[in-house]
Structures are given as structure tokens and as C-alpha cells.
Design a protein around this ligand. Structure first.
Ligand code: LLP
Length: 411
């Protein structure tokens, strides 16, 4: 980004999330372009970064939304996503969430168990509505990614086996209150290999062929999200190769192809800017203590994954001898780190560090741990900066506690 970070930091303070909206647009267009010539919908996975401005930016380019809670559905609608482009997924939807989703007439509810299908049918009956549904199939494919973000194996809690899915489609087809219009799978996140995607798509496309043969007309073929990005030196999947594999596997099917990228759209368009507080050495080991912490960006602590960290210094200072350091936050946990043995130049109080690839699963996984307010979020679009979420104040944090009557004190 050709943006002066020092000026931004003076204006917004640190820790600060920055998103390059031009980059997001570029990625959206590249992926959408890869599906050209086919009916397709890019249904952005809101969980990756749910800021209204981010969702609105994507919606304005035509994106739909993949949601996993009624809160996300409300966000998508508030951000201007067309209701017929909204999908509601997730293994555990509450009755009130199902009811609201049906009332809001979104595209479809993506079901993950027979029990859930019966609930949806019951609620639809009570509302006198027909529920448009898809079923999430678990194709039992190893996506070769981090175990915490692998979802397409039978040992994971997601989706249903092929045979159960078939049984569910047959039941739904007969039901007056269910309309099975879609099929879905999602084998995992941060996928960098095409073969598991190809295999899973093939399995699910075959299932669709067998459904079409018995007059169950699947109109939406949803391949989930999962496209990986470069954090360090990964070889990633080109969007066109991704789309081509899907075209090949679904040949002959008259379906709208849906994909649900989250990370691909936002990860590398986002940065977490933090300020150096202190440097210290413990038994010769160098620590750089910054003002962001695991409550702002938990990915390194939670998954032990790499995020590039760069010092913002004048180039002559940057070229001074770098030495390895652990970059850590102020939280009282040894797991509160952003990087270990990162080569960094000598740093001083108030120097800035930029943590890269922080646009997806950064802010959305943040918390108030240690009563730390959440960071501000700023969008950069065509060289201008726009505040898209104010820094959370102490008062914001305690507002809901103060709003209670505190009657426990009177007992
Ligand atoms: N669709 C479904 C049904 C999903 O479960 C997910 C992500 C996506 C789409 C979007 O996947 P993406 O395109 O972003 O890979 N917190 C973890 C990632 C968890 C992903 C959960 N599901 C991380 O920070 O790596």
C-alpha cells in the first residue's frame, strides 16, 4: 500500500486494522471472472470479516453471503446483500434462527443433519411456508490442511454422509414444506491442493446426477469456500484452475455454481498495525513487546501459523543489522505472540510494525480478553482512508454489565 502509515496512526492510533478495498475488489473480480460463461454466485463467507463496510463493498460488486448465524444473516441484509443471494449454513441452528431465516426469505438454508431437516420442516409448517434447502454433504476427503480447519472427513462434525443425504433429499422432495434446491460441501479452509477439491466435486456431482435421475432438481451446486492464500511461501490454487476443475466435474449439469470464499477475498488485503512498546532480553533472547495482542489477532496463538511481520522504518534504518526476535503482546499468557524468531532491525518505542495477511479471521476472532478494547478498522480505497469501525472504548465494554439491575447485591 502506498499509504503513509505514520499519518494513519496519528489519526486512528494503534492497534489498527487496515483493509485495502481496491485489493478486495481485484480478488472478487478475478474469481468471478474465472466462472465466466457459467451461471455462478460468489457467496462471500461473512465469518472471515463481517464488518458491514466490507460486506457492503462485496455486495455492491454482486456478491452474495454465506452466513453461519442469524446475526450474520442480519449483517448481510443490513449491508445490502440481496436476500436471494444469502445462504444460512451451520451444524447447530436454533429454532428462532430458522424461523427468522424463513421469514426473511433468503435463498436457502443449508442443512447438516436429518434432525435439523425435521425441525426446519416443522417450523416451515408452523409458518405456512416452504423452506428452500440445500444439504451439506460430507464427501470424506482429506483436504490436506491444518486439522483445526479441515471439515470434509467423516470424523469431523460437518455435513452428512452421501447415503444419508440421498435419504434426506427423497424425504424433502415428498414434503410439502421443504424444497430441496441445492447441494453443498466444504472440505476445509486454506486449501492449497487442487486434487482433494477435484475429488470431492466429482463425488458430489455424481450424487447430483443420481438425484436428477429420480426427478430431484438440484439448481445450486455449492462447492464451499477454502481457497488458500499465501501467508509465507505456499503455492496456491489459481482461481481459473479452481473453476476449471469444477466445470469439468459438473459437466452436463444445469446448475448455478456457488462458491463461498472468505479468506481468499480478505486475508491478504488486511494488515494489523501495531506500535512497539519495549524491547527486552531474557537470557539473551530478544523480545519485542507491541501494543496489539492475541485478543486482536489470535491466529498465531491458536493455530501456531505464520504471519509476516515487517518493521516500518526508513530504508537506511531497516538495512541496519536485523536480529531474530519474538514479537509478543501485553497479555498475561505465554501464547500471546505474533511471531517467533522474526528478523527485525533495532526498534525503538513507538516504531510501527505491520502484521500481514490479517484481513480474514483477524478482527472477527478478536475478543476483550484482559479488558482490552477491540482495535479500530479502517478501509483504504483509491488512496483515501475511511473509518469503518471505531475503536472500542472502556465504556463500550462495560455497557452491557451496567445495563443490568445488579439485584444480586441486594440479596
Ligand atoms: N463455507 C463454509 C461452510 C465454511 O465453514 C467456511 C469456513 C467457509 C465457507 C470459508 O472458508 P475460507 O474461504 O475462508 O477458507 N478461523 C480459521 C478458519 C476457519 C474457517 C471456518 N469455515 C482460520 O483463521 O484459519
Amino acid at each position: 500500500m502506498t499509504i503513509d502509515l505514520n499519518t494513519l496512526v496519528q489519526k486512528y492510533d494503534t492497534p489498527l486494522y487496515l483493509y485495502n478495498f481496491d485489493d478486495v475488489a481485484k480478488r472478487y473480480r478475478e474469481l468471478k471472472g474465472a466462472f465466466e460463461g457459467h451461471k455462478s454466485l460468489i457467496s462471500y463467507a461473512v465469518k472471515a470479516n463481517s464488518n458491514l463496510a466490507v460486506v457492503r463493498h462485496l455486495a455492491q460488486m454482486g456478491a452474495g453471503a454465506d452466513c453461519v448465524s442469524i446475526g450474520e444473516v442480519r449483517r448481510a441484509l443490513a449491508a445490502g446483500v440481496e436476500r436471494y443471494k444469502i445462504i444460512f449454513s451451520g451444524v447447530g441452528k436454533r429454532d428462532d434462527e430458522i424461523k427468522e431465516a424463513l421469514e426473511k426469505e433468503i435463498l436457502m438454508l443449508n442443512l447438516e443433519s436429518e434432525a435439523e431437516m425435521k425441525r426446519v420442516e416443522q417450523i416451515a409448517r408452523e409458518l405456512g411456508k416452504e423452506a428452500r434447502i440445500s444439504i451439506r454433504v460430507n464427501p470424506n476427503i482429506d483436504p490436506k490442511t491444518h486439522p483445526y480447519i479441515s471439515t470434509g472427513l467423516h470424523e469431523n462434525k460437518f455435513g452428512v454422509e452421501i447415503n444419508i443425504a440421498k435419504r434426506m433429499y427423497i424425504y424433502a422432495k415428498k414434503s410439502e414444506y421443504l424444497n430441496p434446491i441445492g447441494i453443498h460441501f466444504h472440505i476445509g479452509s486454506q486449501l492449497t491442493e487442487l486434487d482433494p477439491i477435484k475429488e470431492a466435486t466429482g463425488i458430489v456431482a455424481d450424487l447430483v446426477r443420481s438425484l436428477v435421475a429420480i426427478d430431484i432438481d438440484i439448481k445450486f451446486f455449492d462447492v464451499g469456500g477454502g481457497l488458500g492464500v499465501v501467508y509465507k511461501d505456499e503455492t496456491t490454487i489459481h482461481p481459473q484452475s479452481y473453476a476449471d476443475v469444477i466445470f469439468e466435474a459438473t459437466k452436463g449439469l444445469d446448475v448455478t455454481l456457488i462458491c463461498e470464499p472468505g479468506r481468499y477475498m480478505l486475508a491478504n488485503a488486511g494488515y494489523l498495525v501495531t506500535r512497539v512498546l519495549y524491547e527486552k532480553k531474557n537470557a539473551g533472547k530478544r523480545f519485542v513487546i507491541v501494543d496489539a495482542a492475541m485478543n486482536d489477532l489470535i491466529r498465531p496463538s491458536l493455530y501456531d501459523v505464520y504471519h509476516k511481520i515487517e518493521a516500518v522504518k526508513k530504508s537506511e534504518e531497516n538495512s541496519k543489522e536485523s536480529t531474530p526476535a519474538d514479537v509478543v503482546g501485553p497479555i498475561c499468557e505465554s501464547g500471546d505472540f505474533f511471531g517467533k524468531n522474526i528478523d527485525l532491525p533495532p526498534l525503538m518505542h513507538d516504531d510501527l510494525l505491520v502484521i500481514h495477511s490479517a484481513g480474514a479471521y483477524g478482527f472477527t476472532m478478536s475478543s476483550n480478553y484482559n479488558t482490552r478494547g477491540r482495535a479500530a478498522e479502517v478501509a483504504i480505497s483509491e488512496g483515501e482512508d475511511y473509518c469503518i469501525r471505531k475503536r472500542e472504548s472502556f465504556e463500550d465494554q462495560i455497557a452491557l454489565e451496567l445495563a443490568c439491575d445488579n439485584s444480586w447485591q441486594k440479596k
